[in-house]
Design a binder for this molecule. Structure first.
Ligand code: ARG
Length: 567
């Protein structure tokens, strides 16, 4: 049940009885709670009636009757405003939350429709930096959110294990590193490979001949040279092992993993197929898609030397996703800088008669206070570096707070704090905003952060523990303070937030909502007594608190933020 929607429907119905037809979306939120909870602006209607908006507002308000969930109707300037029946609303939402528990807020809106969400998609032979982390966190959250909305989701990864970056790294290893210098240990090998890529790029810049050598190597590799293939397989595995460790640490799972190297095998078949179409051309030996007619420029599919480019692999993959996995929607979570490219890919597919629902969900990059991250320039903060730094800080803080805890317990709790810090830190901004990551604020238990949510939950848990079992019945009439009304309204809004996040493919609204809810709770708890309140108020407040706790837990779970019982 979506109570907020129900309240708005009721307002629509109240107005309809007086022949005023509006849509729920026409309702606005008044600037202050004393004015009401929903407001209908009368500027348009007053023009029609040739009266002032304030007069019309007064006339209408005088005629309207209150409803089951609406306690008051009044004219406020050029608006008719409606005030929720808080007692009723509190009773209904709290009952619903406590009944539905971790299912509260979920829906069946997706009607079991099959959706594939492709995310993460790291390149092997490169470093995993915190820019990649943003993609992983948004993607994993979207998977959970779609599932909670009744979709059948296939979480997919697409690993970039071929192409120029691989060739550069292999070229560097062959020419500058002795095998005896390879480090030991899984994680170390993966990181070493990433560093080799950075070193390779630097070297190649020094001399044009190196660029040619790397390109030569790519050609040899693509034609199946046995020695190179062996080195490629060995090193590729290093990266894959590292990725898997990171996914495990983050608690991220994929249902299917695609590889560029697999799709590349379709290149010649794909090019032959494509050549039938007039927009596909051979230009100086290269294979290109000329999309100028659609204002989409030109996409090169094969280089003159026949080596495959990025796009020629995306085409067969896109088709396979629909055919083999029987999906009806295909979502690509990819950096905004690839928007033009994806438009080109989707256009080519459409021109090939492949008309399917394919959606690019773009997101902006992550920067540190020190500037943009790029594995090319070497100004990289790897995932590992950030995590280690965060972990050290978290351990230090936790030790200070709990000098009696065992080292194992401290490490365990700290790791959960770090995961919440990193994930929330990556989900706090909407996708279209550049994200400046700052370790201090990501870990700040008093700030706009994951640990702040963890801290709030731990605080509520300790109140509930102290309260013990309740005997007195709640009386929601007693929840009259503004801080309480705000919380009831927050709770009402949760199902709508989930729906909004799905339609925008952007989890940030949920992060921001949870932060507001936690803040509103802490303000309430600061202002009003709970355990020491008189019996009926005490039980009402405790149930309110329990409901808030449930909703924050639910939201955190969807965003992939670990919860801590105590902190
Ligand atoms: N591996 C690519 C990169 O790091 C992203 C792949 C995105 N997905 C796709 N189907 N093209 O840039």
């Amino acid at each position: 049940m979506n109570l907020n929607a129900k309240i708005k429907e009721q307002i629509v119905a109240i107005l309809k009885k007086e022949q005023i037809k509006i849509k729920a979306d026409d309702l606005e939120i008044p600037p202050s709670e004393e004015m009401g909870d929903f407001g209908l602006p009368l500027f348009n209607l007053s023009k029609e009636l040739k009266k002032s908006p304030a007069t019309v507002a007064k006339e209408i308000a005088a005629k309207l009757t209150v409803g089951e969930l609406i306690a008051q109707v009044k004219a406020v300037g050029p608006y008719v405003n409606f005030t929720i029946d808080y007692e009723k609303a509190a009773q209904l939402t709290i009952a619903e939350i406590l009944k539905q528990k971790n299912k509260y807020g979920q829906s069946k809106a997706g009607k079991a429709q099959r959706v594939m969400i492709e995310f993460s998609q790291p390149n092997t032979h490169k470093e995993l930096h915190i820019g990649h982390l943003r993609n992983i966190c948004i993607g994993a959250a979207l998977v959970n959110l779609y599932r909670a909305s009744g979709y059948k989701v296939i979480a997919a990864n697409y690993i970039g294990d071929t192409g120029a970056h691989v060739a550069k790294t292999l070229w560097y290893l062959q020419n500058y590193v002795n095998q005896t210098d390879y480090p030991a240990g899984r994680r170390e090998l993966g990181e070493f490979l990433g560093q080799s890529y950075t070193a390779a790029v630097k070297k190649i810049k020094e001399n044009e001949a190196y660029q040619e050598q790397a390109q030569e190597l790519l050609k040899k590799l693509e034609s199946g040279d046995p020695e190179l293939t062996k080195l490629w397989q060995q090193t590729r595995q290093w990266s894959l092992d590292l990725f898997n460790e990171v996914y495990q640490e983050l608690g991220v799972e994929f249902d299917v993993v695609f590889y560029e190297s697999e799709e590349e095998k379709q290149s010649s078949k794909m090019s032959a197929l494509l050549l039938k179409y007039p927009f596909i051309k051979k230009s100086q030996g290269a294979l290109i898609a000329d999309l100028n007619e659609y204002n989409l420029g030109v996409l090169v599919l094969l280089r003159k030397d026949g080596t495959a480019l990025y796009g020629i692999k995306d085409l067969p993959l896109a088709i396979k996703k629909f055919k083999k996995y029987k999906i009806s929607r295909s979502i690509y979570l990819i950096d905004i800088r690839q928007s033009q490219y994806l438009k080109q890919i989707f256009k080519i597919l459409q021109l090939m008669g492949f008309n399917k629902e394919m959606i690019h969900v773009p997101y902006e990059f992550v920067q540190l206070k020190s500037g943009i991250i790029s594995s090319r320039s070497g100004n990289v903060i790897t995932y590992e570096e950030v995590k280690e730094a965060a972990l050290n800080k978290a351990i230090e803080e936790t030790q200070k707070r709990h000098p009696l805890w065992s080292d194992i317990k401290i490490k365990e709790v700290s790791l959960k704090i770090v995961m919440a810090a990193l994930r929330f830190g990556m989900l706090k901004n909407s996708n279209d905003k550049i994200l400046t990551f700052d370790l201090e604020s990501a870990l700040d238990t008093a700030g706009f952060s994951g640990p702040y949510l963890q801290y709030t939950v731990a605080r509520m848990n300790s109140v509930l523990k102290k309260a013990g079992k309740q005997k007195i019945k709640a009386d929601y009439k007693k929840l009259q303070a503004n801080a309480e009304k705000t919380l009831i309204k927050d709770l009402l809004a949760y199902p709508e937030i989930l729906a909004a996040v799905i339609s925008s493919n952007d989890p940030a609204a949920l992060s921001q909502y949870l932060y507001k809810l936690a803040q509103d709770f802490n303000a309430f708890y600061h202002e009003l007594p709970v355990l020491k309140a008189e019996p009926e108020i005490r039980s009402s407040r405790l149930l309110l608190l329990k409901s808030i706790n449930q909703v924050i837990n639910n939201g955190m779970e969807l965003l992939g933020l670990p919860v801590l019982e105590e902190m």
